[in-house]
Design a protein around this ligand. Structure first.
Ligand code: 5AD
Length: 341
């Protein structure tokens, strides 16, 4: 099936047909497209959740500013460097610095951290995931050595965006940030939650069409999972099946993109990651944060942070990947979007 040529209406039909039970035809086609581009390699990134302070108040997110129950933390540069050192000794060569939108980490502070990581591990890739910033800020961080940037668009429909976010946040600025990042030469990751409140199949079709236009190097997709201290407590979680359907459709829409089997997918199903690989995913991001902080980075309830989700258990992850018929790859795993290879 040629998903890339489909209209919004056709995409909606395909989504509705597969939402409760992705067809094996869809999953197999997505996996075989992934195999053709990337082979059976699953790329591993070390995730460092370095601050859970956030100035934003997204309705779905457990670290939203209005949540007074969160125990807030910030890692110092030394603590971040210890994570990087541990990761390097475990064999990691890409580090993702992820945090809430925390003004404490000014451009100077972040640039110094990025520079030091690059100095310590010159061949590694540094990925930032610290939300919306100005063009100048993104430029500064790029010249400090950042290679990649993850900023989920969350939903490509402005009206749906406004149902998930407070009025102080703007859909247009988020989209502008993604294009700024691309123009500055970052490898860019966009993405969205599946099954977020009020989401329709038309919204999901718009997500696919938006991704086709943006052509990001990576796409992060996971199920929405409700968090008890947010306005969306009690809302139903996204399902495994609908998430697998969207993973497969994104793989078919963007054959060369990198597609993580996310922590949220591993959280809603004990074999979520492997099922994600079989739907076309090819990245995992185990947690390298200090273990006593992990429980505080609670974006949603029951978020996994132990076992194969933790970097120090990389051998357990390797076993899972190999038993599922894949090869664990700890290289930089650069995206093949816009490459001639
Ligand atoms: N369920 C699933 N994913 C969530 N995120 C935030 N809150 C939740 C939730 N309740 C995702 C958002 C964000 C990423 C870091 O985590 O998509 O971009």
């Amino acid at each position: 099936m040629d998903v890339t040529a489909m209209t919004k209406k056709e995409l909606m039909e395909l989504i509705e047909l597969n939402r409760d039970e992705p067809s094996s035809e869809l999953l197999n086609e997505a996996a075989s497209v992934r195999d053709k581009v990337y082979g059976r390699h699953i790329f591993v990134r070390g995730l460092i959740e370095f601050t859970n302070h956030c100035k934003n108040n997204c309705l779905y997110c457990g670290i939203r500013s209005a949540n007074t129950k969160v125990h807030r933390y910030r890692l110092t540069k030394d603590e971040i460097m210890s994570c990087v050192k541990e990761g390097t000794s475990l064999g990691f060569s890409t580090f993702v610095l992820q945090g809430g939108e925390d003004l404490y980490y000014s451009d100077d502070v972040l640039a110094d951290i990025i520079y030091s990581i690059k100095e310590y591990a010159p061949g590694c890739a540094v990925t930032l995931s610290v939300g919306e910033r100005s063009y100048e800020s993104y430029k500064r961080l790029k010249s400090a050595g950042a290679d990649r940037y993850l900023l989920r668009h969350e939903t490509a429909s402005e009206d749906h965006y406004n149902m998930l976010h407070p009025s102080s946040m703007s859909f247009r600025n988020r989209i502008k940030c993604l294009y700024d990042l691309k123009n500055l030469g970052y490898q860019v990751g966009a993405g969205f939650m599946v099954g977020s409140p009020y989401q329709t199949s038309a919204n999901l079709a718009d997500d696919l069409l938006f991704l086709k236009e943006l052509e990001p190097h990576m796409v992060g997709i996971g199920p929405f999972i409700s968090q008890a201290d947010t306005p969306f407590r009690g809302e139903p979680d996204g399902t495994l099946e609908s998430t697998l359907t969207m993973l497969a459709l994104v793989r078919l829409m963007l054959p060369r993109t990198l597609l993580p089997a996310t922590t949220a997918l591993g959280t809603i199903d004990s074999h979520g990651r492997e099922k994600g690989f079989d739907a076309g995913a090819n990245v995992v991001m185990p947690n390298l944060s200090p273990s006593d902080r992990r429980k505080d980075y609670a974006l949603y309830d029951n978020k996994l942070c132990t076992g194969a989700e933790s970097a120090e258990k990389i051998n357990d992850l390797k076993t899972i990947i190999e038993n599922a018929g894949y090869i664990m790859d700890m290289g930089r795993g650069d995206s093949l979007v816009n490459s001639e290879q």
